[in-house]
Write a protein that binds this ligand. Structure first.
Ligand code: IPE
Ligand code: IPE
Ligand code: MG
Length: 253
């Protein structure tokens, strides 16, 4: 067990925060506005959160922007969300690059329109050597889809004789996920009061702390982020071990 995984440890950090940005539709609905307006304001919250996370020393920020299940929404909303990602990359990439942000997009690429796919690849290539915060955008992301794609790729390698079945372990599997170059998140935040995971980082969040914020995503501000970080720091992370006083009792027996 690593020093960072000692039993009963009060956590510092976190260094990787992942957020399920939820509540755009309800934010708009409450104001009698179209859902799209909620998504537009959600993009403002995203920009604000990237800046705040950087200032608060978060090394990796992963944002859930569009799930594999979100294709079930009305066509007009899906198109709007696709356009929003496109505009975000087009408008913000230069500034993100100038601030040293490394951009990563996780999720299935095959279903994206060719122009969006090219843009995503361009954003990653342009920022790949940056050494500031990593911003991972989960787009057309679903954890089950990611795990199945990984299993399929490994099965093909076994079939081709390139790897032995026995070589497949947790480390190899992790190294083939979309998040291969990212550490696991220590903290997952979901906004809007919903308390479910909705197919987000099922593998990677195995030992994450979860904080559920009642704030609707367009209202998510620095105070809300700091509240979640404070809540995380109050948690005791045991990783299957026991807390320290009990540990000492065992030693004394
Ligand atoms: C989150 O807000 C944005 C996406 C899932 C794309 P929602 O659009 O889910 O907002 P609610 O949950 O309907 O309020
Ligand atoms: C999860 O939110 C997906 C994103 C935030 C991108 P949803 O609003 O799609 O999730 P459910 O349908 O409430 O589980
Ligand atoms: Mg929602």
């Amino acid at each position: 067990m690593s020093a960072g995984q000692r039993q009963g440890q009060q956590p510092a950090g976190p260094s990787h925060v992942a957020i399920i940005m939820d509540g755009n539709g309800r934010w708009a609905q409450m104001r009698g506005l179209p859902r799209q307006e909620g998504h537009r304001r959600g993009l403002d919250a995203l920009r604000r959160t990237v800046k705040n996370a950087g200032e608060l020393g978060i090394a990796v920020l992963t944002l859930y922007s569009f799930s594999t299940e979100n294709w079930r929404r009305p066509q007009a909303e899906v198109s709007f969300l696709m356009g929003l990602l496109k505009r975000f990359v087009e408008k913000d990439l230069a500034e993100l690059d100038a601030s040293g942000v490394k951009v990563r997009i996780i999720g299935g690429r095959e279903d994206l329109a060719p122009d969006l796919r090219r843009l995503v690849e361009h954003a990653e290539a342009m920022t790949c050597n940056n050494t500031g915060m990593t911003l991972a955008i989960a787009f057309n992301y679903g954890s089950r889809d990611e795990i199945v794609r990984t299993a399929r790729a490994l099965a093909a390698e076994v079939a081709a004789g390139r790897i032995a079945t026995s070589a497949i372990d947790e480390a190899l599997f992790s190294s083939r996920l979309d998040t291969s170059d990212l550490p696991d998140p220590e903290l997952v935040i979901r906004t809007s009061g919903e308390t479910r995971i909705s197919n987000f980082l099922l593998w990677q969040a195995a030992y994450a702390e979860f904080v559920f914020s009642p704030v609707l995503w367009p209202d998510f501000d620095r105070a809300a982020l700091e509240d979640a970080l404070a809540e995380y720091r109050r948690r005791e992370r045991r990783f299957g071990g026991v807390s320290e006083p009990a540990d000492r009792n065992v030693g004394a027996a």
